[in-house]
Design a protein around this ligand. Structure first.
Ligand SMILES: Nc1ncnc2c1ncn2[C@@H]1O[C@H](COP(=O)(O)OP(=O)(O)OP(=O)(O)O)[C@@H](O)[C@H]1O
Ligand SMILES: *[C@@H]1O[C@H](CO)[C@@H](O)[C@H](O)[C@H]1NC(C)=O
Ligand SMILES: *[C@@H]1O[C@H](CO)[C@@H](O)[C@H](O)[C@H]1NC(C)=O
Ligand SMILES: *[C@@H]1O[C@H](CO)[C@@H](O)[C@H](O)[C@H]1NC(C)=O
Ligand SMILES: *[C@@H]1O[C@H](CO)[C@@H](O)[C@H](O)[C@H]1NC(C)=O
Ligand SMILES: *[C@@H]1O[C@H](CO)[C@@H](O)[C@H](O)[C@H]1NC(C)=O
Ligand SMILES: *[C@@H]1O[C@H](CO)[C@@H](O)[C@H](O)[C@H]1NC(C)=O
Ligand SMILES: *[C@@H]1O[C@H](CO)[C@@H](O)[C@H](O)[C@H]1NC(C)=O
Length: 681
């Protein structure tokens, strides 16, 4: 965020100079050349920045802001009459937007019976009116709008115009933004201006009470006031304005995060608005690229030469450094900006992806622990290699949307970064690592984690169920996890189970032609129909969840060595055999040493079998799973015909090694090769 702090705040303090007029009643003029210390009535997003800018909108979308002079003005009754007197306002303004050619919705100078616009709407209503009262003569509002969006409903002429409005958003008169140059003959030639250029501009709004004429004029800051107004209308404001009347500004954002600023403002009744001292105006912050330099022409070539020289000297160093941090960035990514991390930050966060920082490696890539420098947040950075462009866009879109998900049982995905052939995903760091380490601590691992007791396990099971339910049913759209398994359950510092890694397998799962669809999953967790068709669904997640339940309860991997024949069988089949034999509790993890709640354990084992049912339709949905786990509904009795599906045997017969549990991208299963399994039973 390139905020400018070039000038000391003290230099920007110009305060309020309320000029007493000799002829008219007191307080009928004021001038602000900058707003530091100004007494204004502000609401909504409006604030006065430390630099003395009046910021009407702050870059947050769909909000409005108002700034009014705190005391109302008496506009009526000069020279014995009761009509509205002449008045005149001038102000300097600037509009900043994150997109080069899109901004919304603009600024309006307003004269109104009240400074309370709480009932008005943002976006195209510009904080002036709402659907019900727009255009209603009882509003008694006069406004000069600087409108940066074309709203057909209000007959806007274009997305860059100045309009004179009475009681609503439909203009009495309007004209494309610009000014008539006095140097070009009597009436001048029209020069267009872009309200959203990011340049500071000036505007003048004048009402001639005698002629009932309204003039609005704008010009670039450095130009004198043009003689010919941009828009004029004859309208008797005596029929509109109340006594007294508040004067100020209204502004609103729509779907684009624009910022609307007033830099200086003056007003006078029965007199021209006092001159604003433009040398004292605060500086507008810059978003995006810097404007063209206005340095005199002689200096420019010298500056360029010096710059080139400096560039030449620095080039070698920079190029070296650049190569190290180069990223891949494409146009479509701009909308995902907030979720993008710079490679440099991630590089530094992980000490250059140091091996000492390695947390582990999975099928998709290595995971490093890191600490973000600016926020001091501990993160886990996953490096995934991807060669093809295909699927990346969908994936990043999913990352961006998933990035909004907040749930206590989901590992938060903070953002991503792309380099050539590489994708980096940034997650919240989970200090207690993945669940599988606790379950299988005796088979081969050198680290011995403490054994999880049953209460903990049950707690984790419930947590994971609620995380998965959230993805399936509670989030805006259905998110299929596609890779539920013990190694993707991470434990936070309170030992809550959190699902991680969601969406990732999506990266390798985007083909539409079933012959080319590559399926990713982990053996033992893949539902039969997923193996057959390659199509993931919430019910294939439920299948994997079932296997996970058994894994946690039995403390065994989803594919187990069967001692008897030295052969491998699915954990589901093994538990099922015990269930048929009435010895279900013999499957419980021996390391629990019979210290568990029998009812809960039976419930989880049965639920595991039910969720891993070979027929998708027989599996419960996560909503029901949750009810079973909470004990709200009893688990239905399993049918005695409950059969498992010998996926494993089929796989083995087709040359797959069941000992390779996860299929990394380099060896993704091709449905083409295994489609001949579909008939098997
Ligand atoms: N957010 C995290 N916080 C802490 N450790 C993590 C985090 N994410 C992953 N890890 C660690 O990194 C290891 C590797 O994770 P990764 O997800 O790459 O592998 P996996 O889940 O075993 O396999 P797959 O890629 O097939 O899902 C995990 O076992 C875990 O210990
Ligand atoms: C803008 O103002 C609104 C309301 O005052 C506030 O909720 C929001 O956080 C602000 N946004 C920024 C970027 O400061
Ligand atoms: C701001 O102006 C209003 C109206 O003139 C006045 O009542 C109020 O006291 C002023 N506040 C400050 C802080 O000067
Ligand atoms: C903005 O500019 C881009 C490219 O410069 C163009 O594709 C897009 O249509 C423009 N949008 C509008 C609203 O003018
Ligand atoms: C503004 O008007 C609304 C009703 O339109 C009222 O509820 C609210 O209290 C008013 N706010 C102020 C500050 O007077
Ligand atoms: C205008 O507003 C007044 C007061 O709120 C209301 O009584 C009247 O019905 C409105 N007129 C129209 C045309 O909506
Ligand atoms: C200037 O404008 C006035 C009023 O619109 C018109 O009468 C006059 O002819 C114009 N003069 C020129 C030179 O165009
Ligand atoms: C405007 O209206 C007021 C009262 O309605 C009237 O006194 C005045 O003469 C009108 N002015 C013009 C220029 O018509």
């Amino acid at each position: 965020m390139g905020m400018f702090h070039l000038l000391l705040p003290i230099l920007l303090f110009h305060g309020l100079h309320r000029v007493a007029s000799g002829a008219a009643a007191d307080d009928d003029r004021f001038v602000f050349s900058g707003f530091a210390g100004a007494n204004l009535t502000l609401d909504g997003t409006a604030t006065v920045t430390t630099d003395g800018l009046l910021q009407l909108t702050n870059g947050t979308v769909q909000l409005k802001g108002h700034a009014f002079f705190p005391a109302p003005f008496r506009l009526r009754g000069s020279r014995g009459g009761s009509g509205v007197r002449s008045f005149s306002a001038s102000f300097a303004f600037g509009i900043l937007t994150t997109y080069p050619n899109l901004s919304c919705h603009g600024i309006a100078f307003v004269v109104a019976p009240s400074s309370n616009f709480s009932g008005a709407l943002a976006a195209q209503y510009m904080g002036l009116a709402n659907i019900d009262n727009n255009g209603n003569a009882s509003n008694r509002i006069f406004a000069a709008e600087l409108d940066t969006m074309q709203n057909i409903e209000f007959d806007d002429i274009d997305n860059n115009h100045v309009g004179i409005n009475i009681d609503g958003l439909r203009s009495v008169r309007s004209h494309t933004a610009g000014y008539y140059d006095d140097d070009d003959g009597e009436n001048g030639t029209f020069h267009g201006m872009s309200l959203i250029s990011g340049d500071v501009m000036r505007a003048w709004v004048d009402y001639d009470g005698e002629a009932a004429r309204i003039d609005v004029t704008i010009a670039p800051l450095e130009r004198p006031r043009p003689a010919r107004p941009l828009v004029s209308a004859t309208y008797n404001l005596s029929d509109v304005l109340t006594e007294p009347a508040y004067i100020g500004f209204s502004s609103a954002t729509g779907p684009i995060d624009s910022r609307h600023y007033i830099l200086g403002w003056s007003f006078g009744v029965d007199a021209p608005a006092p001159a604003i001292d433009i040398t004292k105006l605060p500086k507008l912050p810059r978003l995006g690229p810097k404007p063209r330099s206005r340095v005199p022409e002689i200096v420019v070539p010298i500056a360029i030469a010096a710059f080139l020289l400096a560039l030449g000297v620095a080039a070698a160093l920079v190029v070296r450094k650049r190569l190290r941090y180069t990223e891949l960035r494409e146009d479509w990514e701009t909308e995902f900006g907030p979720h993008r991390f710079s490679y440099k930050d991630l590089f530094h966060a992980t000490d250059g992806f140091d091996d000492k920082r390695l947390l582990g490696a999975g099928g998709f890539g290595s995971v490093y622990k890191g600490m973000l420098r600016t926020s001091k947040l501990e993160v886990a950075v996953k490096r995934v290699s991807h060669e093809s462009r295909q699927g990346i866009k969908e994936f990043v879109a999913e990352v961006a949307s998933i990035g909004h998900i907040r749930h206590r049982n989901l590992v938060r995905l903070l953002g991503y970064c792309r380099r050539k052939g590489e994708l980096l995903l940034v997650y919240d760091y989970m200090p207690n690592g993945s669940l599988d380490k606790y379950l299988h601590c005796y088979d081969g691992g050198d680290k011995h984690e403490p054994i999880l007791n049953w209460a903990h396990r049950f707690q984790i099971i419930k947590g994971v169920a609620s995380g998965l339910l959230y993805l399936h049913d509670k989030w805006d759209k259905v998110v299929i996890h596609r890779d539920v398994k013990a190694s993707n359950i991470l434990l936070d510092k309170e030992m809550n189970g959190r699902l991680g890694d969601f969406g990732l397998s999506r990266l390798y799962d985007h083909g539409t032609d079933p012959q080319t669809t590559h399926m990713v999953g982990t053996m033992g967790y893949m539902a039969p129909e997923l193996v057959r068709t390659g199509k993931a669904s919430p019910l294939t997640d439920v299948f994997a969840f079932g296997t996970f339940l058994l894994e946690v309860t039995c403390g065994q991997r989803p594919i187990r060595e069967d001692d008897a024949q030295g052969d491998s069988i699915l954990l589901v089949d093994w538990v099922l055999e015990h269930w048929h034999g009435g010895t279900l509790l013999e499957t419980m993890d021996p390391t629990l040493q019979n210290d568990y709640n029998v009812d809960e354990a039976c419930l989880v084992l049965k639920l595991g079998l039910l969720c891993s049912h070979p027929h998708a339709n027989a599996r419960p949905r996560m909503q029901q799973v949750m009810e079973y786990l909470d004990g709200d509904t009893p688990v239905p009795e399993l049918a005695s015909t409950h059969l498992s599906f010998g996926v494993l045997a089929l796989m083995k017969n087709n040359g797959f090694d069941p000992h390779v549990l996860a299929y990394p991208p380099s060896s993704v299963l091709s449905i083409g090769t295994i489609s001949d399994l579909s008939g098997g039973r």
